[in-house]
Design a binder for this molecule. Structure first.
Ligand code: PPS
Length: 296
């Protein structure tokens, strides 16, 4: 599938089992699939734009016992190896993970079907964050506008179709969320919602602390709540992607830390799109018990 980016560059996505992925990821697929997970790995799993960077910063703050300076050691993209990431000649996500001492904290956007099997075989811990589909769509649309490594999203109307048909990198939101939701009682999965973290960060951060097997003073948890707020992370060069070259992410088009709210979809969806989306959602999510909060 070839699409043209805003720079006029051809972005040729490739597919694995019907899921669109970045070409370098697909070219590296056998290395990714044979990745050897270890029983003490913690894998952060998300659909793109669901709050990956946010949960990464929360997890790192917990791991560093609330020490802000330690969390400033490097940009967030370098702290947790991104399993399926590849951009030769730079070391791949798999290579970075292999070089990391245990216990490792890793990251993926892969669906349950595409995850390297050794994660299941080793009964690793998974931390999944889900965000409601409408806000994910809006966030992904603006991200594709500014990210020159991804196809140009076209108009909002065009992107609406692309997204509901799952023709975006990492595939269908519906399949991703359903897949991980169905796995949650069979494996060690802490399943969190972006909207819950937004509403009551302290409550959700406590769950993560417990899941990671840590003990933490209330004052440290309070500090983590403050340091991982949208406002702080938007100003933090270690989390806001300001170090990424403009030729890759042009933040004059749209910020990486864009709005960080629940319900921005209302500023984008027309009444007709909303009705159509709700109908599609009902069909695609039929039989699942998952429930999303759409506004706070
Ligand atoms: N601290 C905090 N609080 C609330 N919201 C936050 C926070 N950090 C990141 N964000 C918002 O998350 C969106 C980016 O998602 P991801 O980090 O998953 O993006 S990526 O897939 O890794 O590219 C993107 O959402 P939108 O603002 O709706 O576009 C970010 O603004």
């Amino acid at each position: 599938m070839a699409l043209t980016s805003e720079l006029g560059k051809q972005i040729k996505l490739k597919e694995v089992e019907g899921t669109l992925l970045q070409p370098a990821t697909v070219d590296n697929w056998s290395e990714i699939q044979s990745f050897e997970a270890k029983p003490d790995d913690l894998l952060i799993c998300t659909y793109p734009k669901a709050g990956t960077t946010w949960i990464q910063e929360i997890v790192d703050m917990i791991e560093q016992n609330g020490d802000v300076e330690k969390c400033q050691r490097t940009i967030i993209q370098h702290r947790h190896p991104f399993i399926e990431w590849a951009r030769p000649p730079q070391p791949s996500g798999v290579e970075k993970a292999k070089a990391m001492p245990s216990p490792r904290i890793l990251k993926t956007h892969l669906s349950t079907q595409l995850l390297p099997p050794s994660f299941w075989e080793n009964n690793c811990k998974f931390l999944y964050v889900a965000r409601n589909a409408k806000d994910c769509m809006v966030s992904y649309y603006h991200f594709q506008r500014m990210n020159h490594m991804l196809p140009d999203p076209g108009t909002w109307e065009e992107y609406f179709e692309t997204f509901i048909n799952g023709k975006v990198v990492w595939g269908s939101w519906f399949d991703h969320v359903k897949g991980w939701w169905e796995m949650k009682d069979r494996y060690q999965i802490l399943f969190l919602f972006y909207e819950d973290i937004k509403r009551d960060p302290k409550h959700e951060i406590r769950k993560v602390v417990q899941f990671m097997g840590k003990n933490m003073d209330e004052t440290v948890i309070d500090k983590i709540v403050q340091e991982t707020s949208f406002e702080k992370m938007k100003e933090n060069p270690m989390t806001n992607r300001s170090t990424v070259s403009k030729s890759i992410m042009d933040q004059s088009i749209s910020s990486f830390m864009r709005k960080g709210t629940v319900g921005d979809w209302k500023n984008h969806f027309t009444v007709a799109q909303n009705e159509r989306f709700d109908e599609i959602y009902r069909k695609k999510m039929e039989g699942t018990s998952i429930n999303f909060c759409m506004e706070l």
